[in-house]
Design a protein around this ligand. Structure first.
Ligand SMILES: Nc1ncnc2c1ncn2[C@@H]1O[C@H](COP(=O)(O)OP(=O)(O)O)[C@@H](O)[C@H]1O
Ligand SMILES: [Mg+2]
Length: 392
């Protein structure tokens, strides 16, 4: 295989706010490879598309014809994002060796019989439009092997953030919050990773409810900053069974979506909370649920020298400040201090997972996802030239 691989990672998370596209250079092999970020660009979805995705992801409204068409429409937008980030970098598409695409999750039923998951954004469309070998549908193989298909990020978080002799936790705050703890001994088999519960998802929904859709999120945490959290409602929220559930665990819009937010909003209004207090309370809940998970499943057994926050939630300064207070005296930083802006991490992760697929490296961690064994993740759509010829 070539010495330096140039890979694009494409990601749209449960927030359905748009496609994140990153170009990275990968040097070296396997767990010891080094990653350089070359370019990153976010391609926001229109409000209309965001609503269509939310509708498609809801059992009451998600029709098969809608999902079928969205698969190709989103594939096209992902292809445009790949082309756009290549342009931004001043590269040509032929410089790129592979694309790893997470796609857009429409539904995820880890505890179904059988467990199942659906990410859309047709990779054939991406490979055809870009001419680059595309790898997608990473979750399916872990689930086929008996896992819950999430989180898949620990392998890549390990490559990006492991620190000699120090335990670190990487916390991605997207729609959902997920943590990867990398122990001081650096043994990937001792990594702990799971979803802690809501990330920005409940905050976003509450802000959309109180602003009647004028705002999509609490920019910088400004609304929460003007309010005060309500202890009684906070305690009620903390009774959510997902928080105390033991890992492996993963969650999504099914548990912390709009309906859950609306229920909480109505309850808070009955108690005459101001809009600001409602946002402050839901933000505090998000932080406290993260802190509680750390205490129950990580801090009881391990030392954590620092928590590295990534994902869009890193921009909500009130949220990060509240997290910091929940787990003090542990240092809380953003991934900027490692040279990777917080919004770039998830896209970088899928560039790395694409590389792993092409290299035949299994990247699921069975003790994390519950899978019966390690498996190579992803479906490979070869570009015109074929991926083997290009990478050799
Ligand atoms: N400036 C900001 N202030 C507060 N929150 C922000 C800001 N920018 C992004 N976010 C939050 O981050 C979310 C998107 O984060 P992202 O990591 O893309 O999540 P996902 O992986 O679920 O798509 C937005 O929906 C919003 O809640
Ligand atoms: Mg996003």
């Amino acid at each position: 295989m070539k010495k330096i691989i140039k890979a694009i990672g494409l990601m749209s998370g449960t927030s359905a706010d748009g496609v994140d596209a990153a170009i990275v250079e990968i040097k070296g092999k396997g767990l010891d490879c080094k990653i350089d970020l070359i370019a990153f660009k976010k391609f926001p979805f229109s409000k209309g598309l965001r609503e269509l995705i939310h509708r498609a992801s809801t059992p009451e409204y998600g029709r098969v014809d809608l999902i079928c068409q969205l698969n190709f429409l989103i594939g096209d937008l992902f292809a445009k994002a790949a082309i756009g980030v290549v342009k931004k970098a001043g590269y040509k598409m032929k410089d790129i060796d592979l694309i790893g695409s997470h796609g857009q999750t429409i539904y995820h039923i880890p505890k179904g019989k059988p467990p199942s998951t659906l990410q859309i954004g047709e990779p054939s469309v991406i490979a055809e439009r870009t001419g680059v070998t595309t790898i997608a549908d990473f979750r399916a193989m872990d689930m086929a092997a008996g896992g819950i298909g999430a989180p898949l990020t620990p392998f890549a978080h390990y490559i990006l953030f492991k620190k000699k002799g120090k335990g670190v936790a990487v916390n991605n705050i997207g729609g959902i919050s997920n943590v990867t703890f990398i122990p001081a001994d650096g043994d990937i088999n001792n990594v702990i990773a799971f979803d802690t519960g809501p990330g920005n998802m409940l905050i976003d929904s509450i802000v959309q409810i109180i602003t009647k859709g004028r705002m999509g999120y609490d920019r910088g945490g400004k609304i929460a900053n003007r309010g005060e959290d309500n202890e009684r409602l906070l305690n009620k929220l903390m009774k959510h069974p997902f928080i105390k559930k033991r890992p492996p665990k993963s969650t999504g819009r099914e548990e912390f979506g709009y309906n859950e937010a609306l229920k909480f909003y109505k309850l808070a209004k009955r108690d005459r909370l101001s809009d600001e207090d409602i946002v402050a309370t839901i933000t505090r809940f998000t932080a406290k649920s993260i802190g509680e998970n750390y205490k129950r499943f990580i801090l009881c057994k391990h030392d954590v020298s620092e928590v590295i926050i990534c994902g869009g939630g890193a921009k909500n300064l009130i949220l990060t400040d509240m997290i910091s207070r929940e787990i003090k005296p542990i240092k809380v930083k953003t991934s900027d201090s490692y040279g990777f802006p917080p919004e770039t991490i998830e896209a970088i992760v899928f560039a790395i997972l694409g590389y792993a697929a092409i290299s035949g490296i299994p990247v699921n961690l069975p003790h994390v996802t519950g899978a019966g064994k390690q498996v190579v993740l992803g479906k490979i759509i070869p570009a015109k030239t074929g991926w083997k010829q290009k990478l050799n």
